[in-house]
Ligand binder design. Structure first.
Ligand code: UD1
Length: 303
């Protein structure tokens, strides 16, 4: 029996990174397991449709929970799937809880793991993603790096050099492949956006979980809105705390639901500037040439 390559996807940024990898491996036997970490139409399904991702073979439907509960549920769901399918390789993406959960299960079953977007480091262990990144890299037989400094980070952590492959950035491959579809004028009309606007996204726990910090950020965002219209497609994580802090109590602030990939990047492309705590958007704005102000004390993506 052919041993399939199993891709484990869970959260929004995974989908964008996996699309070109799955497409490049189309001649191989492949299985896609969606953990269900993200489950809303706007956080998950629209990305599968727009990026031409195959329908997942399995959806574990783990949903939301504390880090331990979510990671554990993914592990418990994956183990029987890996046993049944006996993969030759498990490919994991980025730094989300689904990434570390899959790497841990596969490594203990003796299944080789490939980590796409290995070696990025913020050196901030208060970020759950940094914990996930470091541990996933230690468990991976193949570390596919997107940025040259990642090679040094992995070497410093004792990852043998023959496991590390500098392959470029699949999130940017997706961006460039879809460049012609990012029509900022269409999105401006569809969402009735003004000619000149700043677009903001916030979802990181350090920014949106504490009412005090969220309140301070809302004050700063209102200062930006004094100068330019501010459009905020809001991730569900931060919505209750940011709205309670009065996010949309300003005539030039507009809060939207999360956007799909095509509309979101088109809106980024048409913006005067971006304010964000996302990792990926820092890289996407760099390619699009849109100024990006990053609301974090550090970045794992200096490139
Ligand atoms: C996760 C990733 C983060 C990534 C982000 C992208 C981890 C540790 N974090 O953070 O690195 O930047 O995804 O979006 O894996 N929710 C919904 N619908 C959904 C998904 C989530 O309403 O489809 C809400 C739930 O209230 C949930 C909260 O968002 O409790 C947080 O979701 P979770 O997957 O735990 O983490 P994210 O903040 O999305």
């Amino acid at each position: 029996m052919l041993q399939p390559i199993v891709h484990v996807l869970g959260a929004r940024p995974n989908f964008v990174k996996a699309a070109p990898v799955i497409s490049a491996l189309s001649d191989a036997e492949q299985t896609v397991i969606h953990t269900g970490q993200h489950y809303d139409e706007r956080m998950s399904e629209i990305f599968f449709r727009e990026l031409g991702l195959p329908e997942p073979d399995v959806n574990l439907e783990v949903g939301s929970g504390s880090h331990a509960a979510q990671t554990a549920a993914i592990m418990i769901g994956l183990e029987p799937e890996f046993t049944k399918r006996s993969p030759g390789l498990v490919i994991v993406y980025g730094d989300v809880n689904s990434t570390i959960a899959a790497a841990l299960v596969a490594a203990k079953m003796g299944i080789p793991v490939a980590h796409v977007e290995a070696g990025l480091r913020s050196f901030d262990m208060t970020m759950p993603e940094e914990v996930n990144r470091r541990l996933t890299d230690q468990l991976s037989s193949l570390c596919f790096v997107t940025s040259p400094e990642a090679i040094g980070h992995l070497a410093n952590e004792g990852v043998p050099v023959d496991r590390v492959h500098f392959v470029g950035n699949p999130m940017i491959d997706t961006l460039l492949k879809n460049l012609d579809t990012f029509d900022s004028e269409r999105v401006r009309a569809a969402y009735e956006l003004p000619d000149r606007y700043v677009l903001a996204t916030l979802h990181r726990p350090a920014n949106v979980d504490s009412p005090r910090i969220a309140g301070e950020l809302v004050r700063r965002l209102h200062e930006i809105a004094d100068l330019a219209d501010l459009i905020i497609p809001l991730h569900p994580r931060g919505r209750p705390v940011l709205m309670a802090a009065g996010l949309d109590d300003h005539p030039r602030v507009r809060v939207l639901d999360p956007l799909g990939y095509i509309d979101f990047i088109a809106a980024v492309r048409g913006a005067a500037a971006i304010v964000t705590d996302s990792g990926g958007i820092q890289e996407e704005t760099t390619i699009l040439g849109v100024p990006c102000l990053t609301v974090r004390p550090n970045t794992e993506r200096p490139i």
